[in-house]
Design a protein around this ligand. Structure first.
Ligand SMILES: CC(C)(COP(=O)(O)OP(=O)(O)OC[C@H]1O[C@@H](n2cnc3c(N)ncnc32)[C@H](O)[C@@H]1OP(=O)(O)O)[C@@H](O)C(=O)NCCC(=O)NCCS
Length: 192
């Protein structure tokens, strides 16, 4: 049997069904703080709301989506415009194969190109795979927010990870939306 081929591309609203199917089972767990899984239509709208500004990357194995990662703004207020939060989900039998690291690597390169300065990850405790992913990618554990959520009958804490990816010596230009980056450069990062 030949080795599987993993590829990465930007998401489109047409990915809603397959990505919702990857995400929905995790809503039963404490990995996400959502109580009710979004419908495919809600998921489609979430994709539409994100893809015009931030990277939304799909990982495919032999042409079939097996995981995804996206960035969203960390907080709404104006001064936070250079800070994003990441979300990442792989289907259960595609975890632990190095793809989390790969998708994060591409994500960080794209965000850097956009002019984003800090990248954040919020990881429910315990989630050793996600904590290890953030640690391995050079994120720093900034805080544990204790009992910040209630899910599946218990109070839950989260680890807040941060990675600085930009220059802090001067005032920033507005970030460049993903749709306005050089498409050849974006493709080069996705193919790397
Ligand atoms: C978290 C997740 C995205 C990580 O991606 P992944 O492809 O499984 O991780 P990788 O194979 O790239 O491994 C990344 C690091 O985590 C470690 N790791 C992976 N799975 C692990 C596990 N189950 N337990 C402990 N460490 C683990 C790897 O050894 C690696 O560390 P290293 O490079 O220092 O050896 C993936 O496991 C996943 O989708 N989990 C379910 C959803 C989820 O928890 N999302 C994150 C919400 S914050």
């Amino acid at each position: 049997m030949s080795e599987p081929v993993f590829t990465f591309r930007l998401a489109t609203p047409d990915d809603a069904e397959v990505l919702q199917a990857i995400y929905a089972p995790y809503v039963e767990t404490t990995v996400t703080f959502e109580y009710v899984a979004p419908t495919v239509e809600e998921f489609r709208q979430r994709i539409i709301d994100r893809v015009s500004v931030y990277p939304y990357i799909v990982c495919e194995e032999d042409g079939v989506p097996v995981g995804y990662a996206y960035a969203s703004r960390l907080y709404e207020r104006a001064a936070y415009a250079w800070a994003v939060e990441l979300s990442v989900y792989f289907a259960p039998n595609h975890r632990g194969r190095g793809m989390g690291r790969k998708i994060y690597d591409k994500m960080l390169s794209l965000l850097k190109l956009q002019g984003v300065r800090t990248v954040h990850g919020k990881v429910t405790f315990p989630n050793p795979a996600s904590d290890k992913l953030h640690n391995a990618m050079g994120f720093k554990l900034m805080a544990t927010l204790e009992n910040v959520g209630f899910k599946n009958g218990e109070w839950r804490s989260i680890n807040h990870w941060e990675k600085q990816i930009g220059d802090f010596s001067c005032a920033p230009e507005p970030i460049t939306p993903i749709t306005e980056l050089d498409p050849a450069k974006v493709q080069e990062i996705l193919n790397a």
